[in-house]
Design a protein around this ligand. Structure first.
Ligand code: CA
Length: 473
C-alpha cells in the first residue's frame, strides 16, 4: 500500500540531490568538487586609503591586510553610486542604480512587497543554485531581505547606534542588544558559518561602521589613535588648517541622536576638536571592524572551509572626511568613490595585486556567479572579472567605472576622472595620475580638449545604453 508514495518520494530525493540541498555528507565527500561558499564582507563608508593594504601608514588593519595578502586585491575599485541604498542595490543586482530604480537612499526600515529592485539578485541566483542565503547586519533596501532572496536575516534596524542597537530576526522577532552591535553581528555571522559548513552558503555580512555615529565605539578603540600622528590628505587642508564643520562633526559623532533634536542635544563637541580627532574615531571604528573580519576568517578556518570559500571584502562607498571641504559622500571625488576590493579564494585564485583593471560594485555579482559556476542572469549590466582574477586576461571590457550621484553622472578610468552635473551641465575633469588629490580641474585646458570630448561622449553613450528604470504606476 506504500508503493504509491515510493515514486513521488524518489522524485523528491532526486530533485533535492540535484539542487544540492542535501548535506554534503550525503553527497560527494570530495571537497574539490563542491560549490564554493560565498562571504561578502561589506562595512559601510570605508575610504580605501584608510587601510594598511592600500598604503595607510598608521591604521591597524592586520586582518584585512592578511585577507588582501592571501587574495587578489584590486588597486582601482569604485562605487558606482557613492550613497548607501543605490550602492547596495547595484552590488546585489549587478545593475546601475539608474537602471534598477534605487537612485536615492530608501526608507531605512523594510516594508513588505517588492516595490524596488525588481531584477534577479545575487542572493536569488545563489539560492536557486542550492545555496543557503543569509544577511547579517545593515540592509537599507526597501523590501524585506526575504523578498530579495535571503532565506534568513539578522537585520540591524535604523537608526543606527552601535550600542543598544535594535535588531530584527527574519523580519519577525525584534529585540535590543546592549553591547557593541558589530561584535554581536560577528558572533551571529560565525554561528551561521558553523551551522552551514556542510553545504554551500552565501553570507552577506554588512557591519555598519565606520559610518557615523563614530563616537559610539568601545573605549579600547576610542583611545587607540593619537590624533597628532594621523595623516590628513592635502586636499582637506585650506589656508593651512584642516577642514572643520561643526554641524558635520556632530553628525559624524552622534548621527541620528543629534539629528533628531539638534537644538537641544545635550552633548557638545570636545574642546578644540579638529579633523584629526574626528579621524582618530573613524580609524578606531575601522580597527574594530578589522577585528570582526578576523573572527569571520577564523571561523572559516576553524570549520575547514576557508579554501573553498570566496570572500569578497569591499564597501558601499568611501567618505570625503574633509577633502575639498566636503563631508560624507554622494560626490565624484575619489575619497567618496574609491573603495577597497579584494577577493580571496585559495582553491582557485593565486594571491596578487591587480593594478591594470578597473572594477566597480556592478561587477561583483557576475564575478561571484561565474566563480561559483552559476549562470549570470541576462539583466546584469556588470562584467565578470573571472578571466582577470584567474590571470587568463590582463584587462577586460571598457576598463572604466561609470559613477552616478543624485545630481551627476561620470566616469573613471585608470588615469582620468570626468563628471557632469545633470541640471547645470557643470563639468569636472582630472588627470588623476598627475593630480591624485584632484585639485586642478582641466575642463578649460586646450591640451586636454580631446580627452574631455572623449569622456563626455563615453558618459553620453552610457546614459543612452543604460535605460532608466520606471516604476509602474
Ligand atoms: Ca553607506
Amino acid at each position: 500500500m506504500y508503493t504509491r508514495y515510493l515514486i513521488p518520494c524518489l522524485i523528491v530525493l532526486i530533485v533535492l540531490a540535484f539542487l544540492e540541498v542535501l548535506p554534503v555528507s550525503a553527497q560527494s565527500a570530495d571537497r574539490s568538487h563542491r560549490q564554493p561558499n560565498v562571504v561578502i564582507i561589506l562595512p559601510d563608508q570605508l575610504r580605501w586609503s584608510a587601510l594598511g593594504c592600500y598604503g595607510n601608514p598608521v591604521i591597524k588593519s592586520p586582518n584585512i591586510n592578511r585577507l588582501a595578502d592571501e587574495g587578489v586585491r584590486f588597486t582601482h575599485a569604485f562605487s558606482n553610486f557613492p550613497v548607501c541604498s543605490p550602492a547596495r542595490s547595484t552590488l546585489l543586482t549587478g545593475r546601475y542604480a539608474r537602471s534598477n530604480g534605487v537612485n536615492q537612499n530608501q526608507d531605512p526600515e523594510c516594508q513588505s512587497g517588492r516595490s524596488t529592485t525588481t531584477h534577479t539578485t545575487l542572493a536569488e541566483a545563489l539560492a536557486a543554485a542550492g545555496y543557503k542565503t543569509a544577511l547579517v547586519g545593515k540592509w537599507h533596501l526597501f523590501p524585506k531581505p526575504q523578498a530579495l532572496g535571503f532565506q534568513q536575516s539578522l537585520r540591524a534596524n535604523y537608526p543606527h547606534g552601535y550600542f543598544k542597537q535594535k535588531f530584527t530576526v527574519n523580519e519577525k522577532e525584534v529585540y535590543y542588544h546592549q553591547g557593541y552591535g558589530p561584535f554581536y553581528e560577528t558572533e551571529k555571522a560565525v554561528e551561521f558559518i558553523r551551522l552551514n559548513r556542510d553545504r554551500p552558503f552565501f553570507l552577506y555580512f554588512s557591519p555598519h561602521p565606520p559610518h557615523m555615529p563614530i563616537a559610539d565605539l568601545p573605549n579600547k578603540y576610542k583611545n587607540m589613535y593619537q590624533p597628532d600622528e594621523l595623516p590628513i590628505r592635502p586636499n582637506a587642508i585650506k589656508d593651512g588648517k584642516p577642514a572643520y564643520n561643526e554641524e558635520w562633526f556632530k553628525i559624524y559623532m552622534w548621527e541620528h541622536r543629534y539629528l533628531r533634536n539638534p537644538d537641544t542635544y545635550p552633548e557638545k563637541l570636545p574642546e578644540g576638536m579638529d579633523l584629526r580627532d574626528l579621524t582618530a574615531l573613524y580609524y578606531g571604528q575601522i580597527t574594530a571592524i578589522d577585528d570582526c573580519v578576523g573572527q569571520v576568517m577564523k571561523a572559516l578556518k576553524d570549520n575547514a572551509i576557508d579554501a573553498d570559500t570566496i570572500v569578497v571584502f569591499t564597501t558601499d562607498h568611501g567618505d570625503l572626511l574633509g577633502s575639498h571641504q566636503l563631508f560624507n559622500k554622494n560626490h565624484h571625488y575619489i575619497e567618496a568613490c574609491r573603495i577597497p576590493m579584494m577577493v580571496r579564494y585559495p582553491r582557485k585564485l593565486t594571491p596578487r595585486v591587480i593594478d591594470k583593471q578597473v572594477i566597480s560594485l556592478i561587477d561583483v555579482m557576475p564575478t561571484i556567479l561565474e566563480l561559483c559556476g552559476v549562470s549570470v542572469p541576462p539583466s546584469v549590466q556588470g562584467l565578470s572579472m573571472d578571466a582577470v582574477l584567474t590571470s587568463r586576461q590582463t584587462v577586460i571590457g571598457e576598463n572604466a567605472a561609470y559613477i552616478e550621484t543624485t545630481s551627476s553622472d561620470g566616469i573613471r578610468t585608470l588615469r582620468y576622472m570626468y563628471a557632469i552635473e545633470r541640471e547645470s551641465g557643470n563639468e569636472l575633469l582630472f588627470d588623476v595620475e598627475a593630480d591624485p588629490y584632484e585639485m586642478n580641474n582641466l575642463i578649460d585646458r586646450p591640451t586636454y580638449k580631446k580627452i574631455l570630448l572623449a569622456m563626455r561622449e563615453k558618459v553620453k553613450s552610457w546614459q543612452k545604453q543604460t535605460t532608466e528604470f520606471k516604476f509602474e504606476k
